[in-house]
Design a protein around this ligand. Structure first.
Ligand code: NAP
Length: 284
C-alpha cells in the first residue's frame, strides 16, 4: 500500500546540509588560512566503531574538512587517554574533537568527555555544552537532536506553539531534543519507560519523536491523524535495520514521517560537519 504520509528524506536533507557546509568550509579556509580540522579518537579495535570513524573521515574529506586521527590501543590507561584528549585541546590546528563511543570495557567515558575543551566539543556532550543547552543558550549541540530540528526546519514543518512529545530522555538524544524544542517555543512532553498510557500521551502530539531503541514500539494507535513522526531509533533485527516506529501502519495515519534507514541517521554526520565548522569559525 502507498503510504499517505509525506516521507521526510533525511538523506536528501543531509546532502543539502553538507553542501552548505562545503560552502562555509571554503569561505572559512580563506579567512583562517587553513582548512578546519576535526580530530577523531578511536580506542581499541571494535569493527563497528572503526566503520563509524572512517565514515566520518570520508564525510569530512568530501566537504574539505581535515581529519586528524588518533588510533589508541584498547589497553590505554584512563589518565593516558585523558592526556591524549588534553593534548588535542592544545593543538591550534584542531578545531573539533570527537571521542568515538562506546569506549572499551574498563575505561570510563565520563572523565574522558570532561577533558574535551567545550569550544572543541563537536558532539556537544560536555557538561558545559549540555548545561548551556538546558539553560537556553546553546553552543555546540549534540548532532542527532540537532539533525531532528534541521529535518523539520528544512521540511517547513513549524515547531512554535506545537504539541511535541519526545519518547526517550537520554543525554545523547532525548534530553537535548526536549531543550531544543522548548527553545523553539513548542509545548513539550517528555516520555520514558515509566510513562503511564504512552499511546494516549503520544496521541496529543503534533510532532512525535521516538528515541527509544525498541523496534516497532510506536504503532498507529500512538499517532494523531496528520501528525509528524520522527523516528530516531536504529535497531538491528533479523529483518535488517528498523526504527522504533511501525512505519507502514503509522504512515497511513501520519502527515509526515521519517523512514529508517534514510531518515534521521544521515543527519548525524551532516550536523557533526556543521558543528566542526561552527567550532572553527569561533576560533578565528
Ligand atoms: P538510551 O540511552 O537507551 O535511552 C532510551 C530511552 O528510551 C530512555 O529514556 C528510556 O527510558 C526510554 N525507553 C526505553 N524503553 C521504553 C519504553 N518501552 N517506553 C517508553 N520509553 C522507553 O538510548 P539513546 O542513546 O537515546 O538512543 C535511542 C535510540 O536512538 C536507539 O535506537 C539508538 O540506536 C538510536 N540513535 C540513533 C542515532 C542516529 O544517528 N539516528 C543516534 C543516536 C541514537 P528510561 O529513561 O526510563 O530508562
Amino acid at each position: 500500500m502507498t503510504p499517505d504520509a509525506r516521507i521526510l528524506d533525511g538523506k536528501a536533507i543531509a546532502g543539502a546540509v553538507r553542501s552548505d557546509v562545503a560552502g562555509e568550509v571554503g569561505e572559512l579556509s580563506t579567512t583562517i588560512g587553513r582548512a578546519p580540522a576535526l580530530a577523531t579518537v578511536l580506542v581499541g579495535d571494535d569493527p563497528a566503531s572503526e566503520v563509524y570513524v572512517s565514515n566520518k573521515h570520508r564525510a569530512c574529506e568530501e566537504v574539505g574538512i581535515e581529519s586528524v586521527h588518533r588510533a589508541v590501543p584498547g589497553t590505554v590507561g584512563q589518565s593516558e587517554l585523558e592526556e591524549i584528549v588534553r593534548d588535542l585541546n592544545g593543538e591550534d590546528e584542531v578545531d573539533g574533537i570527537l571521542v568515538q563511543l562506546p569506549l572499551p570495557d574498563g575505561l570510563d567515558a565520563g572523565p574522558v568527555i570532561a577533558s574535551i575543551d567545550p569550544m572543541k566539543d563537536v558532539d556537544g556532550l560536555t557538561a558545559e555544552n549540555q548545561g548551556r543547552l538546558a539553560s537556553g543558550s546553546p553552543w555546540l549541540v549534540p548532532c542527532t537532536p540537532a539533525g531532528v530540528i534541521e529535518i523539520l526546519d528544512r521540511s517547513d514543518i513549524p515547531i512554535e506553539g506545537k504539541e511535541v512529545v519526545v519518547i526517550g530522555r537520554s543525554n545523547l538524544v532525548g534530553r537535548p531534543l526536549i531543550s531544543l524544542f522548548l527553545d523553539r517555543n513548542a509545548t513539550v512532553t517528555a516520555c520514558h519507560s515509566r510513562t503511564v498510557d504512552l499511546p494516549g500521551v503520544c496521541r496529543r502530539a503534533d510532532i512525535l519523536v521516538a528515541a527509544v531503541g525498541v523496534p516497532g514500539l510506536v504503532g498507529a494507535d500512538f499517532v494523531k491523524e496528520g501528525a509528524t513522526v520522527i523516528d530516531v531509533g536504529i535497531n538491528r533485527t533479523d529483518d535488517g535495520l528498523v526504527g522504533d516506529v511501525e512505519f507502514e501502519q503509522v504512515a497511513e495515519v501520519a502527515g509526515a514521517i521519517t523512514p529508517v534507514p534514510g531518515g534521521v541517521g544521515p543527519m548525524t554526520i551532516a550536523m557533526l560537519l556543521a558543528n566542526t565548522v561552527k567550532a572553527a569559525g569561533s576560533r578565528r
